[in-house]
Write a protein that binds this ligand. Structure first.
Ligand code: NAP
Length: 518
C-alpha cells in the first residue's frame, strides 16, 4: 500500500480515514503517496491552535518570534535536497523551477526573520503617533496593532506548495498568529514534508503550525470571528470562500489571490534588437516556460507596437525553439511538465478556446518530448498566439489559460495598449519595457490602479531586475478586481492582515506605558 501522509492538528499527527487520494508523478503517472483529511477533529484542532499555538506565540515579542523564523530557515535549508526530490517527483519541475518555489520560500522566511528582528522586544506595534483629543493635550488617541487571537487558515493552490505556504506563514507567525495550511491536494506532499520537518525540529510551540492534506471539507465551517483565511486558487473557488458564512456572517477576514491576466508592454520607442526589445523577449520566454507557465504572475498578454509584432514573434520563436520540453531527470530538459494530466487537458481546452479569436504564431506542441511519453505525461510545449482582429478580441482579456501560453497583441497608439491592458479588470502584475524615464513613469501610472505591482524595465536595470513574475517579499503581491483584491508581502505591511488595529484613548502616561519602546 502506498504511504499515507499524516495531518498535523491538535498537537498530534493523525492519519486520515479511508483510501484517500493518490498523488502522482506527472511525467510517469507513477503513484507516489496518499492523502486524506477524512475523520479529522477539525473544531477541536482549531481550538488547540488558537489556545496553545496562538497563546504561546503571543507571549513572545516580535523579536523572539523573528528568531523562530530564523530557526525555520535553518531547518528548511538542511532538508533542501529532499524538497527538490519531492518537487521533481510530484510537480515535474526542473531544478531551476523548483528553486523558485523552494529557495524563494527560504529567502522569504529569512527576510521576515530580519524585518522582525528590527521590531525588537515589542508586543504591541504603534500605528502612527498619539494625537491630542482633550483641550490640555493630556487625553490622547493612539492607534495600536495587536495580534488577532484567532488562527490563520491558508487554502493554497497547486503551483507553489512551498512558497505558497511560507510567504503566508512567515508574516503570520511573526505577527503571533498560529497557522493551519491546507495545500492543494495534487502537490500536497512538499507542504506536508516541510511542516513535518519544522514540527520535528521542535522550534515552534505546539499548535503554531498545522497541516491538513486532502479535502477542505469542514475547514471553513470551523472558523470563528477572529480567525483569518487566506485563499490562493481559482476564481470559482474564491467565490465559494467569499460566500461562506464564516466570511459573510462571522466577519472572518479573507484575503483572496485568484486568477490574473498579467501583461507586458513594449513601449513605442523600442526598435528591433535594442535593449528594451531584447529584455522584453527574454522575459516573455521566461514567463512562458518557467514552471510551464503555471505561475499566477506569468505574462498572459504581451503588447507590442504594430510595427514590431512580426519581429517580436520571430525572436520569441527562435528562443522557444531552444527550449527542450520533457522529463527534468534528463539534464537537457529546460521545461518540465504541467502538474497533472487534468491540468494538461484544461490547458489544451484553453488553447482551443483562444484559437477561436487567435492564430498560432509559435506552436511547439508538435516537437518531440525528451524522455516523456506524450500519451501519459503532462508535458505541454509553449504556444504563442496572435489575435485575428485585436479590436474584436474578447476571450484573451477574460480567460486565464494556466500553462505555457501567451497572446501577443499589436497596438497602434500607446493609449490603445493601455485600454487593452485595463480590460484584464485587475491583475497581479504588469511589466513595462522602454528607455525614456518620463514615458515609462507615465505608462506605469496609467495602469497602476489596476495592478498590485508594476515592474518597469529600462536599460539600466535590464541585467539586474528581479524578473516580471518573481514575487519578492519586499514588494506587494496581490491585485485588485479579477486578481482577487488580496494583498500579501510588501515587507512588514503583510502583518496588517494578522494584526487588529485599535484606537486607545487614554491619558499620555497610559499610552507611554502600553508602548514602552515607541
Ligand atoms: P483551485 O482548484 O481553486 O484550488 C485551490 C485550493 O482550494 C486547493 O487547495 C483546493 O483543494 C481548495 N478548494 C477546492 N474547493 C474548495 C472548497 N469548496 N472550499 C475550500 N477549498 C476548496 O485552484 P488551483 O487549480 O489549485 O490553482 C490554480 C489557480 O490558482 C489559477 O487560477 C491561478 O491563477 C491561481 N493562483 C493564483 C495565485 C495568486 O497569488 N494570485 C497564485 C497561484 C495560483 P483541492 O486541491 O483539494 O481541490
Amino acid at each position: 500500500m502506498i504511504e499515507l501522509l499524516e495531518n498535523y492538528l491538535g498537537g498530534q499527527w493523525h492519519a486520515g480515514a479511508g483510501a484517500g487520494t493518490v498523488l502522482t508523478d506527472p511525467i510517469t503517472a507513477e503513484a507516489l503517496v496518499r492523502v486524506s483529511s477524512d475523520g479529522l477533529e477539525i473544531a477541536s484542532g482549531f481550538d488547540f491552535a488558537r489556545q496553545h499555538g496562538g497563546g504561546a506565540l503571543r507571549e513572545m515579542t516580535f523579536g523572539a518570534r523573528a528568531e523562530l523564523l530564523a530557526k525555520i530557515v535553518g531547518v528548511l535549508q538542511a532538508n533542501r535536497d529532499a524538497y527538490y526530490e519531492i518537487a521533481l517527483a510530484n510537480s515535474g519541475t526542473t531544478k531551476a523551477d523548483s528553486a523558485v518555489d523552494i529557495d524563494g520560500a527560504i529567502y522569504t522566511v529569512g527576510q521576515y526573520a530580519k524585518w522582525g528582528a528590527a521590531l525588537g522586544d515589542a508586543h504591541v506595534l504603534a500605528d502612527g503617533d498619539a494625537v491630542p483629543l482633550g483641550k490640555d493635550g493630556v487625553f490622547r488617541s493612539q492607534h495600536v496593532r495587536t495580534p488577532t487571537r484567532g488562527l490563520a487558515l491558508f487554502i493554497n493552490a497547486f503551483n507553489f506548495p512551498s512558497w505558497g505556504l511560507w510567504e503566508k506563514a512567515a508574516p503570520a507567525l511573526l505577527a503571533g498568529v498560529p497557522v493551519v495550511v491546507k495545500p492543494a491536494t495534487s502537490t500536497a506532499w512538499l507542504t506536508q514534508r516541510m511542516v513535518q520537518d519544522v514540527v520535528a525540529a521542535g522550534i515552534l510551540p505546539p499548535g503554531a503550525l498545522n497541516v491538513v492534506c486532502g479535502s477542505a471539507r469542514g475547514l471553513m465551517d470551523a472558523l470563528e470571528p477572529f480567525d483569518v483565511v487566506s485563499f490562493t486558487g481559482s476564481a470559482e473557488t474564491a467565490a465559494v470562500i467569499r460566500g461562506h458564512e464564516a466570511v459573510t456572517m462571522r466577519s472572518v477576514r479573507a484575503n483572496i489571490e485568484a486568477d490574473s491576466l498579467n501583461s507586458a508592454l513594449l513601449m513605442p520607442d523600442a526598435t528591433p534588437g535594442d535593449a528594451s526589445f531584447e529584455a522584453f523577449v527574454k522575459v516573455l520566454v521566461q514567463e512562458m516556460t518557467v514552471k510551464s507557465g503555471q505561475k499566477c504572475t506569468a505574462i498572459r498578454r504581451a503588447f507590442v507596437p504594430q510595427s514590431l509584432h512580426g519581429a517580436v514573434a520571430e525572436a520569441v520563436a527562435a528562443r522557444l525553439e531552444r527550449v527542450a520540453v520533457g522529463n527534468p531527470r534528463n539534464e537537457a530538459v529546460r521545461m518540465g511538465s504541467l502538474v497533472s494530466r487534468a491540468q494538461y487537458d484544461a490547458v489544451q481546452a484553453g488553447i482551443a478556446a483562444l484559437t477561436r479569436e487567435c492564430r498560432p504564431l509559435v506552436d511547439r506542441r508538435g516537437a518531440a518530448l525528451v524522455d516523456a511519453d506524450p500519451d501519459i505525461s503532462a508535458c505541454l510545449a509553449p504556444v504563442l498566439l496572435g489575435p485575428l482582429d485585436p479590436s474584436n478580441a474578447e476571450l484573451m482579456h477574460r480567460m486565464e489559460v494556466f500553462g505555457p501560453v501567451c497572446t501577443l497583441l499589436p497596438y497602434g497608439r500607446l493609449g490603445e495598449a493601455v485600454t487593452m491592458i485595463r480590460r484584464g479588470e485587475g491583475s497581479l502584475v504588469a511589466s513595462v519595457f522602454g528607455a525614456d524615464p518620463r514615458s515609462l513613469a507615465d505608462a506605469a501610472l496609467s495602469i497602476a490602479d489596476v495592478h498590485g505591482r508594476v515592474h518597469v524595465v529600462s536599460p539600466e536595470v535590464a541585467g539586474t531586475h528581479t524578473g516580471h513574475g518573481n514575487v519578492m517579499p519586499q514588494s506587494q503581491h496581490g491585485g485588485p478586481g479579477r486578481a482577487g483584491g488580496g494583498q500579501e508581502l510588501g515587507g512588514l505591511r503583510a502583518l496588517d492582515f494578522y494584526l487588529r488595529r485599535t484606537a486607545i484613548q487614554a491619558a499620555a502616561p497610559v499610552i507611554t506605558t502600553l508602548l514602552p519602546t515607541g
